[in-house]
Design a protein around this ligand. Structure first.
Ligand code: MG
Length: 245
């Protein structure tokens, strides 16, 4: 069931989103060649504690960390660990925060030091596709208007969208109805004012197919091509969507 948030609930999510944005800013400045991905996880734990939010991902369906770190051909759900980021890597950082019973969820992909032209373009196209999807999100349109805009944007640039993983509603639960696919699959529900959604295109430089790592968490591109991921949590209004984080 699709959940409509009250004004008071959106106020809490707005506050939660501001804190999560600050945590992401800290991660952005700390992501550089030589840092271990587990150090980024520690930063999320420390910053969340300092700012009074709970990291949403820790223990979610058994996920063992505060942050998902996915490098190069890793798409999503990478577990932080001993890997050391190298010049030329691209790294997707996906993180959630919970405040007063409500979650917000966001992701960015960052180049580590100097990166290839293809990697730069992939990052720009993924971020651009998220913007084009959000530009559709208003009271009274179909979920598919978001999905189709993202798919069209990505494919017009020669890249592909991941199909097995989608965006989602977010609020009291980290994952709520409705799913927000990044490609056209049918109309889906109508958007209504007060819906809060995590829109999150995952874009591959090669084909759209994925594979699951042996740890049963991390998702990689099937063909070994690079992948990028951007995510905002938004609130649907009668006009432009409000970006909560
Ligand atoms: Mg999400």
């Amino acid at each position: 069931m699709v959940i409509i948030k009250s004004t008071e609930e959106i106020v809490i999510m707005r506050k939660c989103g501001k804190i999560l944005a600050a945590i992401l800013d800290k991660l952005r400045t700390e992501t550089r060649p030589g840092i271990k991905t587990s150090q980024l996880d520690i930063i999320v734990a420390e910053e969340s504690g300092k700012r009074g939010v709970i990291p949403s991902f820790k223990n979610y369906r058994g996920f063992p960390a505060n942050l998902c770190v996915s490098v190069n051909d890793e798409i999503v759900h990478g577990i932080p660990g001993e890997r050391i980021l190298q010049e030329g890597d691209i790294v997707s950082l996906d993180v959630g925060a919970k405040l007063d019973g409500f979650h917000t969820d966001a992701a960015i992909t960052i180049g580590v030091g100097r990166i290839s032209k293809e990697a730069e373009e992939l990052i720009a196209v993924t971020e651009g596709s998220l913007k084009s999807g959000i530009a559709q999100a208003t009271n009274g349109v179909w979920v598919d208007d978001i999905s189709s805009a993202i798919q069209h944007y990505v494919e017009s640039k020669g890249f592909s969208v991941v199909r097995e993983y989608t965006g989602h509603g977010v609020g009291r639960d980290l994952h709520e109805e409705p799913p927000i696919p990044n490609f056209a699959v049918g109309k889906g529900p109508l958007l209504r004012r007060g819906m809060t959604l995590a829109i999150e295109p995952m874009v591959n430089a090669g084909g759209w197919r994925t594979k699951l790592a042996a740890n049963q968490w991390m998702v990689l591109t099937a063909d070994g091509s690079l992948s990028a991921h951007f995510e905002h949590t938004i609130a649907v209004t009668d006009n432009e969507a409000e970006i909560l984080v």
